[in-house]
Design a protein around this ligand. Structure first.
Ligand code: SAH
Length: 387
């Protein structure tokens, strides 16, 4: 199906912007040809509704067909780009294919010690499932392949049998990241136990920030940051998460790495309640990790990173020791690093405190992004010293 692009948007697509914004009547998975108002070819893509887009561009080359060969080439290039990851002796969990960053929006492929997990983010890309699976089988040495559909109404997760082929894994799959072990479950919802995009942040915490520190990990999930802090020499870690499962999953991560979980506290609690408790008891921390979900709703509180990050940071500042470090992180795609740093500035101004951003991080190398699509580089992390 053809889509005529208004002249003011033509240059955007020519420059390599990957997301199709125009409304179309085409069906999911249809091939779309973008042309200018003189019917001149601009790009070819596929239809698949996802967030604000109606599809993704696949090629700017009029001669290129979207067929077996196309998908094989994309996956091959992606694998080649991650050669050092495939060969790593210390890390065997990483992203092999990252959406539009690798040339096909709407799909990611992660690798967990030979088990491959595909995430499908819209109903269009899945029409090419056959071609993509073939390309994966041709280019990746795998033990087993699994998939997850992430396109329920509102971008949620669709429950289904997720095994595709090869050998079935027995869960948890124990993987390593910089020689630290993680337990991975494909059979427990959309989240598998660890967010691979924080790998470099975890390493920095272990290598530079944790030694001899008392650390608080808020929104701690399975305690990945706490494990790295403990292994980096933290005197103590405190992990706070609302979800009941966080206790056993965090204990499991401590146990897998020989960390004494009796010496490291795990608290199942709303972090907003925990702040009140900490203030009342005058608890102070040297290192605080703050990595909330972009949106969260608990019984008493509602949080949206875009609106509330600054206030959350103010609560954290109150319980951070002088010269302590806050690792402030967000995966919210609604604002960029500049805006994030403004939130930080305001939070400190309103707290009458001085600070210094020691360093910052965005997505790691395996989460390849396009410079033409800044929204794709959603991760923002600042290491902030409280003066
Ligand atoms: N920082 C974690 C990932 C966080 S995922 C890591 O990198 O491993 C988001 C977590 O926030 C989930 O585990 C969820 O249970 C928790 N959460 C959401 N709202 C919360 C709240 N109000 N208090 C405590 N935890 C909350």
């Amino acid at each position: 199906m053809k889509i005529i692009i208004k002249s003011k948007y033509v240059s955007k697509y020519k420059k390599g912007y990957p997301l199709i914004n125009e409304e179309t009547k085409s069906k999911n998975g249809d091939i779309l040809t973008l042309v200018d108002e003189n019917s001149k070819f601009l790009a070819r893509g596929y239809a698949g509704k996802q967030n604000k887009g109606t599809g993704w561009i696949l090629t700017l080359d009029q001669e290129e067909r979207i067929d077996d060969k196309f998908f094989d080439k994309k996956i091959k290039e992606a694998v080649k780009y991650r050669k050092s990851f495939f060969e790593s002796e210390v890390t065997n969990a990483f992203r092999v294919f990252n959406n539009e960053g690798d040339g096909i929006g709407g799909m990611t492929i992660d690798y967990f010690d030979g088990f491959v997990l595909i995430n499908w983010y819209n109903k269009g890309i899945i029409k090419f499932r056959g071609e993509i699976l073939k390309a994966i089988k041709n280019n990746i040495k795998y033990k087993g392949i699994y998939e997850k559909k992430r396109f329920g109404d509102s971008g949620t997760y669709v429950e289904e049998d997720e095994f595709v082929c090869g050998n079935r894994a027995s869960f948890p799959i124990i993987v390593k990241e910089n020689n630290v072990n993680f337990a991975i479950y494909f059979d427990d919802g959309a989240m598998v136990g660890v967010f691979l995009d924080q790998r470099d942040v975890r390493r920095k915490i272990m290598e530079r920030y944790a030694n001899n520190k008392i650390a608080l990990n808020t929104f701690s999930y399975t305690g990945a940051f706490s494990v790295f802090a403990a292994l980096g020499g933290a005197k103590k870690t405190v992990s706070v998460d609302l979800a009941n499962r966080s206790r056993e999953k965090t204990e499991e991560h401590f146990a897998l790495n020989g960390v004494d979980f009796n010496a490291n506290e795990i608290i199942v609690e709303d972090v907003f309640n925990y702040f009140k408790y900490a203030e009342k008891k005058n608890l102070m921390y040297d290192l605080i990790v703050l990595d909330p979900p972009s949106f969260a709703r608990s019984k008493k509180f509602k949080f949206s990173a875009n609106k509330d990050y600054k206030d959350l940071l103010k609560q954290i500042i109150k319980i951070t020791r002088k010269n302590g470090v806050i690792v402030a992180s967000t995966n919210c795609a609604l604002f960029n690093m500049t805006k994030f740093k403004e939130f930080i500035k305001l939070a400190f101004e309103e707290s009458n405190k001085e600070y210094e951003i020691l360093e910052s991080e965005t997505l790691p190398r395996d989460f390849k992004t396009l410079k033409e699509f800044k929204e794709g580089n959603y991760l923002k992390v600042c290491f902030i010293k409280v003066k």
